[in-house]
Design a protein around this ligand. Structure first.
Ligand SMILES: Nc1ncnc2c1ncn2[C@@H]1O[C@H](COP(=O)(O)OP(=O)(O)OP(=O)(O)O)[C@@H](O)[C@H]1O
Length: 769
């Protein structure tokens, strides 16, 4: 993509009445770089005008091409300023052009502004902004006076001159001010003007929502509109300027040109920034101070954006102020930029002037990637069809004849890739219109335009752009056709696959061998859906069980009364005994199905030692443990059942739920997988099918189901006796052996119920011996 650096020119205004003579700041034009006269005010060089008050409009030339200005080629065009602390030292600031006190409005317009009008008419966004300290002549430069019209009226006049030519651009105007970081529409009477929001559309284009845009048919119509709206701008008197702008004003001229079947939509943003203020000098009252603070804040945000762009920062802080958001396109974006750096000659502004010049020199290094905004008239209209609302973007061009940037000591060239150009538009809303290109296709246009030698006529530039655009359109159409073909082919392929699938289903299972992978797959998916239903039932069972536990817990309050009667030591002992017993039941639950018992015992223990944190932790772990065990067990069993069903080609039926009688005779739904593996007296008798499932599992895993659960619930160091015992036997003997162990453990733990106060270690030993 073509890159166009922001062009910067400097303008030193004449001395105003009452301002003391001061030659500390001078305009230099094509000074030999080694001539000290420009840089040293004391040298008395005769061949150049160094004094701001006497210099002529140097730098301006009718071609608008500053022809070798800047530091390049051994000459210097720009501004020289004495160091206020050390007058023998001179700072030099090179610019494309530099204008002195008697430079006319016309000279500046002709040299640096008029060429940009052609650029805007060819579909590019152009942003011209005046920057400088308060009272340095920004408004004078942009608006001018009735006798010395400035940039704005001259641009409009030049545009309307074009409307009489064959291309006949249509023009619409929007005008806003940013006052204390709020945006107001200047085309709307102030009493009706609401604060307008700044938004960004999907294409990354910044716009002011609700900004009015008015078509204008003649320069006279514009003048009337402009005069009325300018009178609405916030202006106030300060000690430095009795007509000081208290806001940043942005006037946008939207230009639409028809070229054959295509429409080009360019625009010119004309920005009169409020001036930076040194409040030691302004004598501002409280309300002026608030304005001044907003002005300085937004200008410093602007400075930060410029700095970030210069240093190649990955994040550019456009969002720090409305001003920078709206200037986004002009700074590192897709428009062509011209900064007019206004300077005041007086010594009292010296420090601010140096700051302004520093800012301007940094701005020079900002690279924009201009795009040509063009669309085919036959393509659908944008969302907002009002001309002024038409958005911008697309292919790049390099419409301005910028000179190579003069080298500047200390200026860093970024090694970090610049962020992609972002598109923004003052007052433009709606979607981007484009048919002719994007960031990828822009190089073609850019290349074409870059090859254009300086001094090409407007028609030649237009012709080049047209040719490039046509080639680009053809290429993109071809690409689009190919893309569409690819998509159609993919669609056909998808349809074919769907059709085949449908046919297979219609043909039915008889056409397939029952043992084929497809049949197996179907069986498996049927089994899977049964399994899912089964799990839902399981969840319901668990939930019912938890509710039951809660009720039991409430009943435990009776025990609390009992516990209150015991001494703290006895309470502790009793609590410990309950815990030991609960642990024993917990550890043996695989063989005895004593989880419920363990749970009750833990609760009882808690009544005696309610504040024991360890117990609480154990309690929580236990609940988790129970839950996980049940879920894992249920899953495992279900998987085995499915595997078995698939292997034996039998339909999968989830195990029926077991109705469990609660102690009070209520019937509760509990998942059968809960306790039945150990075959104790509470478990429902196993069906033939279930027996088979266990056999299948044993043959698949070499273990009985208890082993799997134990693996899940016991850590390596606390493996249960049952597991160890069972691992000692051969796989064939394990089931038998397991049953014998279970019976033994049942006896041991039952005996243990009576030994409430037995120490924990002993209890363990009982279980393990
Ligand atoms: N080139 C010039 N020739 C003659 N007079 C000028 C020139 N530039 C500025 N002035 C005068 O200087 C005064 C201050 O100029 P202006 O109001 O344009 O400054 P400003 O930078 O816009 O100030 P602020 O930031 O406070 O709005 C005005 O009286 C203006 O007429």
């Amino acid at each position: 993509m073509s890159v166009a650096k922001v062009k910067v020119i400097a303008r030193l205004r004449p001395r105003l009445p009452g301002e003391p003579l001061d030659d500390g700041i001078r305009v230099c034009h094509r000074e030999p770089a080694n001539v000290s006269s420009c840089s040293n005010p004391g040298s008395g060089s005769a061949n150049v005008s160094l004094n701001a008050n006497s210099s002529s409009a140097i730098g301006a030339n009718s071609s608008g091409n500053s022809s070798g200005s800047g530091n390049g080629g051994g000459s210097f065009t720009g501004i020289a300023v004495n160091n206020p602390r050390d007058p023998s030292q001179v700072f030099r600031f090179p610019f494309t052009n530099a204008y002195g006190a008697d430079a006319t409005q016309e000279a500046i317009f002709e040299a640096d502004v008029r060429p940009l009008i052609d650029v805007a008419c060819s579909g590019v966004t152009v942003t011209i902004f005046a920057y400088g300290v308060t009272s340095s002549g920004k408004t004078y430069t942009m608006q001018g006076t009735s006798t010395h019209p400035g940039v704005i009226p001259r641009v409009v006049e030049a545009l309307f001159d074009k409307t009489s030519s064959s291309s006949k651009p249509e023009i619409a105007v929007s005008y806003m001010e940013i006052y204390k970081d709020d945006v107001y529409d200047l085309l709307v009477a102030r009493e009706n003007a609401a604060k307008l929001p700044v938004r960004e559309n999907d294409a990354g284009m910044v716009f002011v929502a609700g900004l009015v845009s008015t078509p204008v048919a003649s320069a006279a119509e514009f003048d009337a509109l402009f005069a009325t709206s300018t009178s609405r701008r916030s202006v106030g008197a300060t000690r430095l300027n009795d007509q000081s702008s208290r806001s940043h004003a942005v006037l946008t001229l939207n230009i639409r040109t028809h070229v054959g079947d295509r429409v080009r939509e360019g625009k010119i943003n004309l920005v009169d920034l409020a001036g930076s203020e040194n409040n030691k000098q302004t004598g501002n009252d409280q309300s002026r101070m608030a304005e001044s603070k907003a002005i300085n804040t937004s200008l410093s945000a602007l400075g930060m954006v410029v700095h970030a762009l210069n240093t190649g920062a990955s994040r550019i802080p456009y969002r720090n102020s409305k001003l920078t958001r709206l200037l986004q396109d002009a700074l590192g974006g897709s428009s062509v930029g011209l900064l007019i750096c206004n300077l005041a000659p007086s010594a009292k502004f010296r420090q601010d002037t140096l700051n302004t010049l520093n800012f301007a020199v940094r701005t020079k290094n900002i690279e924009n990637k201009p795009v040509v905004n063009e669309r085919d008239v036959h393509l659908p209209q944008p969302l907002k069809i009002d001309f002024a609302q038409l958005p911008a973007p697309l292919p790049a061009s390099k419409p301005v004849t910028t000179l190579p940037a003069p080298s500047r000591a200390g200026a860093r060239l970024s090694l970090v890739p610049r962020p992609a150009a972002r598109v923004s538009g003052f007052g433009f809303q709606g979607s981007r219109l484009s048919i002719v290109g994007n960031a990828d296709t822009a190089p073609l246009l850019a290349k074409t335009l870059e090859k254009a030698p300086l001094g090409l006529s407007e028609e030649e530039i237009d012709a080049r752009i047209s040719r490039a655009v046509e080639a680009e359109v053809a290429r993109r159409l071809e690409e689009r056709e190919k893309e569409m073909e690819r998509e159609q082919e993919q669609q056909r392929q998808r349809e074919r696959e769907l059709e085949n699938e449908r046919e297979r289903q219609m043909a039915g299972p008889s056409q397939h061998k029952s043992g084929s992978p497809k049949v197996k797959k179907q069986e498996f998916s049927r089994a899977l859906s049964s399994l899912l239903k089964h799990h839902k039932d399981l969840d319901d069972g668990l939930e019912a069980r938890l509710k039951q536990l809660e009720r039991k817990f409430e009943r435990g309050s009776k025990e609390v009364d009992l516990a209150d009667m015991l001494s703290p030591v006895s309470k502790k002992k009793t609590g410990r005994a309950f815990v030991a017993l609960a642990r024993s039941h917990q550890e043996n639950h695989l063989t005895r199905g004593d989880l419920q018992k363990a749970l009750d015992l833990y609760r009882q223990a808690e009544t005696y030692v309610p504040d024991n944190i360890k117990l609480k932790e154990r309690w929580i772990l236990f609940l988790v443990h129970v839950f996980l065990w049940r879920v894992a067990h249920a899953h495992r069993k279900a998987i085995i059942e499915i595997e078995w069903a698939v292997k034996n080609r039998k339909p999968f039926k989830p195990s029926p739920k077991r109705k469990k009688k609660s102690k009070k005779g209520r019937t509760t739904n509990v998942a059968e997988t809960e306790m039945d593996v150990d075959g104790n007296e509470n478990a429902a008798p196993m069906s033939d099918e279930q027996m088979e499932v266990d056999e299948v599992e044993t043959s698949l895993t070499g273990r009985v189901m208890g082993g799997f659960a134990a693996e899940l619930t016991n850590t390596g160091s606390k493996r249960s006796f049952t597991d160890m015992e069972m691992e000692m036997g051969t796989p064939a003997k394990r089931p038998k052996r397991g049953a014998a162990i279970k019976a033994r453990l049942a006896m041991v733990v039952d005996d243990g119920d009576d030994q409430l106060a037995a120490p924990r270690k002993n209890r363990r030993r009982i279980g393990e011996t």
